[in-house]
Design a protein. Structure first.
Lengths: 192, 666, 280
């Protein structure tokens, strides 16, 4: 038993997760069907059922630090097949949100988080996703994070191929009222 | 003026700790009609009962109130004591000052006051008690056993061996039930048929057992000791009194590729068939759905071939009546249908396991047939798709069981054991094979059970993974089973040749309808309700109707047999007396004021009210009325509540008594 | 038939071949699509991964716009969009407090009354009979593996569409239009979804398994109804083949491609010539 994690605070994490994911963590009886069906489980450091177990044990911080929450592809298989109707996919979302808010994102997985952030930032500014801009934005953010040139130019060869198929749109369509987007984002991020 | 004695029990400390029994006796002695009031440490003890008897005699008491525990506990005790002292036992009332007072309160003064109020109610009721006599009903000493599986067989043989006649009704063409199809049985691995078929033969030959096979209970009338059962004998198209069971008919039948019900589709049978060689009765039946003669007046070869002239294509269902005094329900179970079709919307099936899609994904009873020496493969393990010997077999527990989302929340209890048995028997047949078991928990409570499971793991090398399986896919001719091992926290993938699903146990089809005919309760899953889970495990709330086996809850063979013997002994107890005594606290109708609206008849859950006529002694018709059948009435009082003309009343709980009790408090 | 249309970002980006295809196909079937004015991104995985409130607010704005446009029904051809929209719509319809909160956040009154349809459901509304009547060139050469992916049928209590483990709705159309369909195991397995950029190996691995299983079961093409699935299985297919040293050569059709082909539309009108993997 790890006594380094004071129970009340860690339990608070579990309560926040339950509220965000609209689910009951203690319904889980650890059958492992979530992990069994997860397309990413083999690569994960902490499999889905173990993340839930950590939360049940009041060791939520270990879950927030996990790489696996960023490896999740949100395919919803876990929640669909759960015999106890635990919203495991929702728990993954909630863990990501909390992990980011508390600055605990696993360094190895920061690229995924940067992508999601770049995605949201892109739609905050344009209303709709502008793919080319997202790629550039994400590549730069990723480069700033890990300084890997190989990743920076990895998909550059794709551009002419996309262009040949008239799939490369240099100027994305934007919505007219973009100010409302910024207000929607501000209100949604506001936790008070 | 009444002469009522009140006896306040301390129940050791249970009551006396919270209730001031001395003050209480003093207060109660002042209640109108109370002749004497006293307290005693254990009124239910021998000296306590002696005290009650002495006071009845000495004080010439005409009613008694015992203030103690629940009447469930000791009403009978005190009624007997009163009777010994010459007081009508129905002039005994109990005030429950333990469960309703001392156990649930802390404040001594308030608890004592409440106890006084409870006693006041009982005193008021006792003042208006009538002398009642128990109802005597004659008893037909014959029993009906519904279901001819191992539980029904055990119950029938026990009752018959006790000297009573038994009528057994079995829905299928043969008795034997699920057990007849099993290979070997845990934890001793004795051959299922070897131990069951002699019992089946005993049933078939027993002079006191009358067997209706291929028959169902159509209607149930009457009450304990006096049931009239209508049985539907389904058209068999074979006169079993003429048939010799020679087998000419099924060997000549050209339609031999029908899926065998007994083999759960793993084998085939002809359109005229005996379900299995050891069947009782060993007489064939014609499957009207596939027989060419019945469908389109073709073929008819069996009729031509039969030397005994036993084939009768004009056969129809027949209804017969039997009189019995008690009923044993032993209708057993079926497996949860894993495929997509379910009888309830909440049971969504298990599409992810591909049952019904992949031929080599089968359920546990199908696997039993593949293992069985008398099965379609003669006990050689061949997988259904191509007959190859499977080298890797995956067993999955809890398919449907313990699955709140799309199955059933309860544990089916026997799957852990038979899965261990399957893994073991598989290894005994395929020495170079590997059994893989996915489980959530191993539930092996029972004599020799835990040791049995360990043997499967330690000696027969079954690999156990603690986790559920999420999905089965078919890749390159293999079944790819994707599960997890939560102990290691990793996903596990097994490439299998055969997958066996341990499907949940559910009550057999039609049990709910049967329960309604018998006035027996059933739970949300359809399992029949016993009248007390611990102390009355084979009785039901319908007098004279008993349950045993898997119709009551998932259970294994030893438990089913034990319960069947228990039900048989309850039947024997019922039959031991010349007459049955029933409590007289039943409803009655004032036939003069009854307006014959029959609201009571429609409301009565026990079908105890009938339409009747009031006639003068000379037989002149006066009026219509409702009338209570005292044999059926359970004294629930529903008729009293619905009667618009206030003509119904309940002995022992008359409206007058209830009003008096209420008035005493206000 | 007149119906609201929410294209979603992908169909106005690199998956505009999907839009080209479904517009041509539905035009031929007399279904008029009316694009929701000023629609915004649904938030996709990024919103529900990082901010639960935003993942309701973005769809709520779109639902409000659809309601303002008077649309009782709205096609969202991307399953990610349609799942997000349906989830928000159900939450809004059943929770007055949330309706009030969201109306405030998105600056438009939203009631959650617009029914969101995926592409298959629109074809179902057109009906098998009408499709069969309009059939010009039966799809005899196709041996199709219908691929549903994740979000067309999941989460089942949200999308309430088809059987989430053994879906068959696309097969029904393909069979009616003369194609053969294969019985295969990876109908609802995930292709990696939106991880294409963030975690490419994931996508290549998952998509490779899907393509392999389809081929092993005798498919000569896959039929999808999702832009992300198409990107991962079509655009990434050369990368998959290189990485695993195999040749799949499986054409990835949108459902509207094959319906359009059966209706006699030329491949160029359906944008099929713009796919990465062409016919062998």
């Amino acid at each position: 038993m790890n006594t380094a994690n004071p129970l009340p605070q860690a339990c608070a994490t579990a309560r926040v997760i339950e509220a965000l994911a609209h689910t009951h963590l203690y319904d889980c009886y650890q059958c492992g069907k979530c992990t069994a069906g997860c397309p990413m489980a083999a690569q994960m450091d902490i499999a889905p059922n173990r993340l839930i177990r950590l939360l049940q044990l009041g060791r939520g911080r270990e879950a927030l630090d996990a790489q696996s929450i960023w490896q999740c592809v949100s395919c919803q298989t876990c929640a669909t097949r759960c015999p106890k109707s635990v919203n495991c996919a929702g728990i993954m979302d909630a863990l990501r949100q909390l992990s980011m808010e508390e600055g605990r994102v696993s360094p190895a997985q920061r690229r995924v988080m940067l992508f999601q952030k770049a995605f949201l930032d892109n739609i905050r500014r344009n209303g709709r996703l502008h793919e080319l801009e997202l790629i550039v934005q994400f590549k730069l953010a990723g480069f700033m994070h890990d300084r890997r040139f190989s990743l920076l130019f990895k998909d550059a060869t794709l551009a002419p191929k996309l262009n040949k198929r008239k799939k490369l749109h240099l100027r994305g369509k934007k919505v007219r009222d973009r100010a409302v987007l910024r207000r929607i984002f501000a209100r949604s991020m506001d936790h008070s | 003026m009444s002469r009522i004695g009140v006896f306040i029990c301390w129940c050791g400390e249970n009551i006396a700790r919270t209730v001031d029994v001395d003050a209480l006796a003093q207060e109660v002695s002042k209640f109108p009609g109370v002749r004497c009031a006293m307290n005693y440490k254990y009124v239910c003890s021998d000296p306590g009962q002696a005290l009650v008897r002495e006071k009845i005699a000495a004080e010439k008491l005409d009613a008694v109130v015992i203030a103690s525990c629940s009447p469930h506990m000791h009403l009978k005790t005190f009624r007997r004591a009163a009777q010994l002292a010459g007081l009508n036992p129905y002039k005994v009332e109990m005030a429950n000052i333990r469960e309703h007072c001392s156990w649930v309160h802390h404040d001594r003064a308030k608890a004592t006051a409440k106890a006084a109020s409870l006693i006041r109610l009982s005193v008021e009721k006792a003042r208006l008690d009538h002398e009642l006599q128990p109802i005597r009903v004659p008893v037909t000493r014959r029993a009906l056993v519904i279901g001819g599986g191992v539980a029904g067989i055990q119950a029938a043989l026990d009752i018959a061996d006790a000297g009573y006649e038994v009528v057994m009704v079995e829905r299928e063409p043969s008795i034997g039930g699920k057990m007849a199809g099993l290979s070997e049985t845990f934890p001793t691995l004795d051959c299922s048929q070897c131990i069951l078929t002699p019992r089946m033969v005993e049933v078939g030959q027993h002079p006191r057992i009358k067997l209706y096979s291929y028959s169902e209970v159509e209607r149930v009338e009457g009450y304990i000791g006096n049931f009239t059962i209508t049985i539907r004998q389904k058209a068999r198209y074979v006169d079993i009194s003429k048939c010799t069971g020679c087998g000419d008919c099924w060997s000549v039948c050209p339609l031999k590729r029908n899926k065998s019900e007994f083999d759960y589709g793993m084998g085939v049978r002809a359109s005229i068939y005996v379900p299995f060689p050891q069947a009782v009765p060993a007489r064939p039946v014609i499957d009207a759905k596939t027989c060419a003669k019945i469908i389109r007046n073709g073929c008819g070869l069996c009729e031509k071939k039969c030397k005994a002239g036993a084939i009768n294509f004009q056969d129809t269902d027949k209804l017969v009546e039997e009189k019995v005094g008690a009923v044993v329900v032993a209708t057993g179970y079926k497996l949860y249908d894993i495929g997509e079709k379910q009888d309830k919307a909440s049971l969504a099936g298990y599409g992810e396991y591909g049952y019904g899609q992949y031929k080599d994904v089968i359920d546990s009873l199908q696997f039993e047939r593949l293992l069985s020496a008398s099965g379609p493969t003669n006990g050689v393990l061949k997988r259904p798709s191509d007959g190859a010997e499977p080298k890797n077999v995956v067993f999955i527990s809890c398919v449907g069981s313990r699955d709140n989302a799309k199955g059933l929340p309860y544990c089916s209890k026997i799957c852990c054991m038979y899965t261990a048995k399957h893994a073991m028997l598989y290894k005994h047949k395929v020495h170079d094979g590997q059994a893989h078991v996915f489980y959530m928990d191993i539930r092996a409570g029972g004599k020799g059970y835990e040791e049995f499971v360990r043997r499967a793991i330690e000696q027969d090398g079954a690999k156990y993974y603690r986790g559920r399986v999420s999905k089965i896919t078919q890749e390159d001719g293999k079944l790819v089973v994707r599960g997890a091992d939560t102990l290691a926290g990793v996903p596990i993938t097994v490439e299998a040749d055969l997958v066996v699903l341990a499907a949940a146990m559910r009550p057999a089809d039609g049990v709910a309808e049967l329960a309604q005919k018998l006035n027996v309760g059933y739970d949300e899953f359809g399992f029949l309700l016993e009248s007390h889970p611990k102390l009355r495990p084979v009785e039901t709330n319908a007098a004279g109707v008993f349950v045993c086996g898997a119709c009551q809850a998932p259970k294994d063979i030893p438990e089913s047999v034990a319960q069947a013997s228990a039900a048989a002994s309850k039947v024997a107890v019922t039959f031991a007396a010349d007459e049955l005594m029933r409590e007289p606290e039943i409803a009655g109708i004032n036939e003069q004021t009854c307006v014959a609206c029959y609201a009571c008849l429609r409301a009565c859950p026990y079908h105890a009210i009938e339409q009747a006529e009031v006639r003068t002694p000379r037989g002149v018709f006066v009026k219509h009325t409702a009338r209570v059948n005292p044999g059926l009435c359970m004294g629930c009082g529903t008729c009293v509540a619905v009667c618009p003309s206030k003509s119904a009343d309940l002995e022992g709980f008359t409206e007058q008594q209830i009003y008096a009790m209420v008035e005493s408090l206000v | 038939m007149n119906i609201g249309y929410y294209p979603g970002c992908a169909l106005h980006g690199s998956s505009d071949d999907y839009e080209e295809s479904l517009r041509a196909c539905l035009r031929a079937l007399d279904v008029q699509l009316q694009e929701i004015d000023e629609w915004i991104c649904c938030g996709a995985t990024a919103a529900h991964a990082l901010n639960q409130k935003l993942s309701t607010a973005l769809p709520a704005r779109n639902l409000a716009l659809a309601e303002r446009g008077g649309f009782g029904e709205m096609l969202a051809p991307c399953p990610m969009c349609s799942m997000q929209l349906i989830k928000a719509q159900k939450a809004l319809a059943g929770n007055e407090g949330l309706r009030r909160e969201m109306s405030g956040i998105v600056e438009l009154e939203v009631r959650g009354t617009t029914r969101v349809l995926n592409l298959i459901q629109v074809f179902e509304q057109v009906g098998l009979d009408r499709l069969k009547a309009a059939l010009k060139s039966p799809l005899k050469s196709l041996s199709a593996a219908c691929y549903y992916g994740c979000l067309l049928t999941r989460p089942p209590d949200v999308v309430e569409f088809d059987d989430c483990e053994q879906p068959r709705s696309m097969e029904a159309f393909l069979t009616a239009l003369g194609a053969k369909t294969v019985d295969w195991s990876y109908r609802t397995e995930c292709c990696g979804g939106g991880m294409t950029l963030a975690s490419e190996e994931t996508v290549l691995d998952l998509s490779h398994k899907i393509l392999s299983n389809a081929a092993a079961h005798g498919a000569n093409c896959l039929v999808v109804a999702c832009p992300m699935c198409h990107v991962n299985l079509d655009m990434k297919q050369p990368d998959i083949e290189r990485r695993y040293g195999v040749r799949h050569g499986l054409v990835i059709y949108y459902l509207s491609d094959v319906v359009g082909m059966a209706l006699g539309l030329p491949e160029s009108a359906l944008g099929i010539n713009r796919h990465f993997v062409g016919k062998a």
